[in-house]
Write a protein that binds this ligand. Sequence first.
Ligand code: FAD
Ligand code: EPU
Length: 339
Amino acid sequence: MVSHIIKNKSLKQFNTFGIEAKADFFADFNNTQDLLEIISSNEFKENKNLILGGGSNILFTKDFNGIVLHNLTKGIRKEQVSKTEYHVTAAAGEVWHELVLYALANNLGGIENLSLIPGYVGASPMQNIGAYGVEIKDVFVCLKALEISTGEIKIFNKEQCHFGYRESFFKRAGKGKYIILEVTFQLSTEHRINTSYGAIEAELKKMNLEPSISHISKAVCAIRQSKLPDPRAIGNAGSFFKNPSISIEQYHQLKINFPDLPAYPVDEHYIKTAAGYLIEKCGLKGYRNGDAGVHAMQALVLVNYGHAKGNQIYDLSCLVIEKVKATFGIELEREVNII
Ligand code: FAD
Ligand code: EPU
């Protein structure tokens, strides 16, 4: 057995839901050499595998009968590509918010609105992380990934990643086929301040701060901390569901009974509405069954109050989907990766 591989490892510390689940095999890796050694092992070849970052977008509904690879690769570097533009490349095991802090410390704008999103850089392209009017696709240049079946290193540009709202090639056709090793973003000393998301302007005013990249980061951190449960205090994986897109006709129909239904324009045929609103209107905000619950402050977030099992959280997600479908005729889609 390769020295790094541990047997029968608890994953409780490795998922922000705090769910107790075990992996048959578990291996940390700090560099590509270690990774190559692990993927050439029998434990890897003979079992299914799961690449784990910060475990902040994952729900374990059972033990994982296979090998978990935990990415601990570190390093951030920058390369100037024009007077104002830089390509910043971060290893997949870097904590996302550390990259945001690096950008701010280097006066580089572009990801300040994505402050405090949990997890690692390597997972950020998986669902094209987004918040407060920005998604990583807005600053993404390329990523380097290892193709598991061939052991070859491949470069993916933006088009090849097929980014969408909480979507990418790596969640669809590329699922389970690649290990993302590093990601490159284009950041700029010419800051394009984005306060379009309503709450940011109000927060800056409240804090008496001028809009700048570091102040936006401060405002976003404050908004997030006031709304979202801290996984260290209460287990969760952020939004459990995506915000659904519905047709304009369905929107107008629903507005008759729900005049305050939130609407964000998508195109001339569709609008996006807020899943949190739909769940709240079904009377599920603050609902609790044992230790599995719908958060009392943000209905889009399912929580583990302590000892919930992964399948209890999953069952709760089924109840939410059922009630929203019955009340609104809208089928919610899970955002969290179910294992
Ligand atoms: P993990 O949970 O470890 O993995 C997620 C998926 O990516 C899994 O399928 C895993 O196999 C795969 N994966 C991970 N790393 C790699 C890799 N190197 N190569 C290949 N596959 C990989 N998300 C947002 O978009 N916006 C938000 O505002 C937001 N807010 C959140 C708030 C809270 C409190 C929490 C707990 C979560 C929030 N999330 C948000 C979700 C989560 O932070 C992101 O999805 C994040 O990118 C997950 O990173 P991770 O490293 O924890 O991924
Ligand atoms: N709302 C309610 N009740 C609730 C929650 C929300 O009515 O309990 C309604 C309100 O009308 C509110 C609207 O929903 O105005 C939007 O709520 P919020 O601004 O909190 O954002 P969200 O749509 O719930 C999305 C993302 C978050 C991201 C924030 C900020 C998704 C699935 N979620 O949440 O991402 O941080 O916007 O941009 O798109 C995540 O992906 O894990 C995540 C936390």
